[in-house]
Write a protein that binds this ligand. Structure first.
Ligand code: ZN
Length: 424
């Protein structure tokens, strides 16, 4: 069983060890992935919400050749053995130098220690107990056993956490016997205790928090480097708090600042006044939409009047059945076609109109009738469009559909034949 060097010194990132065991984890495309066990290791295996370390194992063969085996993943099995995943087979007995990736480890220590601090701050300020922790590649979250949090509580907890960071309080670790740990739990000093037997590893933020934990931690709170709460949302019965520590917090604040600056430039407004500027734009856009609607209605009334008047001239000159009103609009959409159709029907109760918009392809179609006409628009359009391999339908008074614009003329001829109207 490996001696876990990170237990006593999380700052130790290079070490010497001997391979004690090797096994094949998987094999794909002729390439094996190996799991190597060491007699001692500073590599942290994924556990307790904290992801595993990565790094490299350096070995020297009997012939003196150097071998570099990148460590891709580190896991702990049920028996408590730590396995290092690598593509290079390192046989039992091989002496290796282990190098843990310092940037990733520091990041994990910052997020993980920040979680201890944040959980303790939420408990103090809001009485909210942490029920779970996740350290993700982008951000970390804790779930709190509380129904809701106010903006004021969130700001106070964030402030308190950063004050403790600025005070650079010592983060110490000690090991206590199970009996002592149980006494601390009963006294309320400790919030929870892992079920396993034997000595318990305790992490203490001086005069602020005491926790049983097997993870890697900073030596003083100043190393956490700052804590930023990013999002608070309901997650089942808990409240999920997303937070970032150290350089992650700085990176996120930088990205936010750049987004705000772009938005400020676009709206020619100071960042602090953006909400006001956006509200104003929304109000303007709403009123512009209303104005557009009433202008379209007005245009539809005029165009309908002009079309009906043209038709009456044709009727005055020619004997016979009523002509079908047809027109194609390249610059108006379906909404306008419907407005126009309603206006034509109102001005000329016996009319039937077939209107098309070629603003998009396939063309949009509206077939409508006045109150005195008898053609069933929905049935007619559905049948005629089906014959053209297109779809449409609607009520007896008005129907809509879509058809390739090249078929518009033949559709008009068919509808004319259907209602017995001559061309217009
Ligand atoms: Zn911890």
């Amino acid at each position: 069983m490996a001696n876990r060097l990170y237990y006593d010194d999380a700052a130790l990132l290079s070490f010497s060890a001997q391979v004690t065991d090797i096994r094949e984890a998987s094999r794909a495309n002729g390439q094996s992935l190996w799991q190597v066990a060491l007699d001692r290791s500073a590599f942290y295996p994924a556990s307790g919400g904290q992801p595993h370390d990565i790094g490299v194992l350096l070995a020297t063969s009997r012939s003196g050749a150097k071998l570099e085996a990148p460590v891709l993943e580190v896991v702990e099995d049920e028996a408590g053995e730590v396995w290092h995943f690598t593509r290079k087979p390192l046989l039992a007995g091989t002496q290796v130098e282990g190098l843990v990736d310092a940037v990733r480890r520091r990041d994990h220590m910052q997020q993980h220690s920040g979680q201890h601090l944040l959980s303790a701050a939420f408990l103090r300020e809001c009485g909210a107990r942490t029920v779970s922790f996740h350290l993700g590649a982008e951000s970390s979250t804790i779930d709190l056993a509380i129904d809701a949090l106010t903006d004021g509580q969130i700001a106070r907890v964030e402030r308190l956490s950063n004050e403790i960071i600025a005070q650079n309080r010592t983060v110490s670790l000690r090991t206590v016997e199970r009996q002592e740990a149980e006494r601390l739990l009963a006294a309320g000093v400790l919030r929870k205790l892992p079920e396993r037997e034997g000595a318990i590893r305790m992490i203490e933020i001086a005069d602020f928090d005491l926790n049983a934990c097997g993870g890697t931690h900073v030596r003083a709170t100043g190393e956490i480097g700052g804590l930023l709460i990013r999002k608070v949302e309901k997650a089942g019965k808990s409240i999920r708090v997303e937070f970032l520590c150290g350089l992650r917090a700085i990176d996120a604040a930088r990205r936010d600042f750049e987004t705000l600056t772009s938005a400020s430039n676009l709206l020619s407004s100071a960042a602090a006044r953006l909400p006001e500027a956006i509200s104003r734009l929304q109000a303007e856009s709403k009123s512009a939409a209303k104005e557009k609607e009433s202008l379209l209605e007005e245009i539809a009334r005029h165009v309908a009047a002009e079309m009906v008047s043209q038709r009456q001239q044709v009727l005055a000159e020619a004997e016979g059945p009523l002509p079908l009103i047809t027109r194609t609009f390249p610059d108006h959409d379906l909404t306008f076609l419907k407005l126009l159709a309603r206006n034509i029907a109102r001005l000329s109760p016996e009319s039937i109109s077939l209107l098309a918009s070629t603003q998009v392809e396939p063309a949009q179609i509206v077939l409508a009738r006045g109150a005195a006409a008898t053609l069933h628009c929905g049935n007619t359009l559905r049948e005629e469009l089906a014959a053209l391999g297109a779809r449409g339908g609607g009520s007896a008074d008005m129907a809509q559909g879509a058809v390739p614009s090249a078929s518009l003329d033949s559709l008009a001829d068919k509808v004319r034949a259907e209602c017995g109207h001559p061309g217009f």
